[in-house]
Ligand binder design. Structure first.
Ligand SMILES: [Zn+2]
Length: 144
């Protein structure tokens, strides 16, 4: 398969991908200041603390910004275009910025602050199945 896939078993993102395979969004959190520290760096960007631990999150977030990608820059992603590349703010940290992909979201809904919720779907969803589950986001259902 000619689709860019993450290394599930090795590297510093292995805990992230392993959690995703079992339906959990897990990111590094600083035990000194309580802030999320994504992308993993090994020490907290905010306070310099080294007590970082992978932490399960609610998966609730709001849309910070986005781009509608009509033509994939990487030709290996052509099969999933058009898609919405997004940055979301996770509810556990108002300053967090997590890069993801929005699915099942019409352009008309897009606005800063849109409530979104994590969904665990195949990374290649919907037109190409990769066997790798990824935390993607969709507009949150009202009342959830
Ligand atoms: Zn910290």
């Amino acid at each position: 398969m000619d689709f860019p896939l993450p290394d599930l078993a090795g590297g510093q993102l292995a805990p992230f991908w392993q959690a995703a395979q079992s339906g959990q969004l897990s990111l590094p959190r600083c035990n000194d200041c309580g802030r999320l520290d994504w992308y993993p760096k090994g020490e907290c960007r905010r306070c310099g603390g080294a007590r970082i631990a992978w932490t399960a999150l609610s998966g609730k977030a709001t849309l910070f910004s986005w781009a509608l990608v009509r033509r994939a820059l990487d030709p290996r992603l052509a099969a999933i275009a058009p898609y919405i590349s997004a940055i979301v703010t996770l509810e556990e940290d108002a300053d967090s910025r997590f890069v993801t992909r929005l699915v099942d979201c019409s352009e008309a809904l897009l606005r800063p602050g849109l409530p979104v919720a994590v969904r665990f779907l195949d990374l290649g969803y919907p037109s190409l199945q990769t066997g790798v589950t990824a935390p993607l986001f969709s507009p949150a259902e009202p009342g959830r």
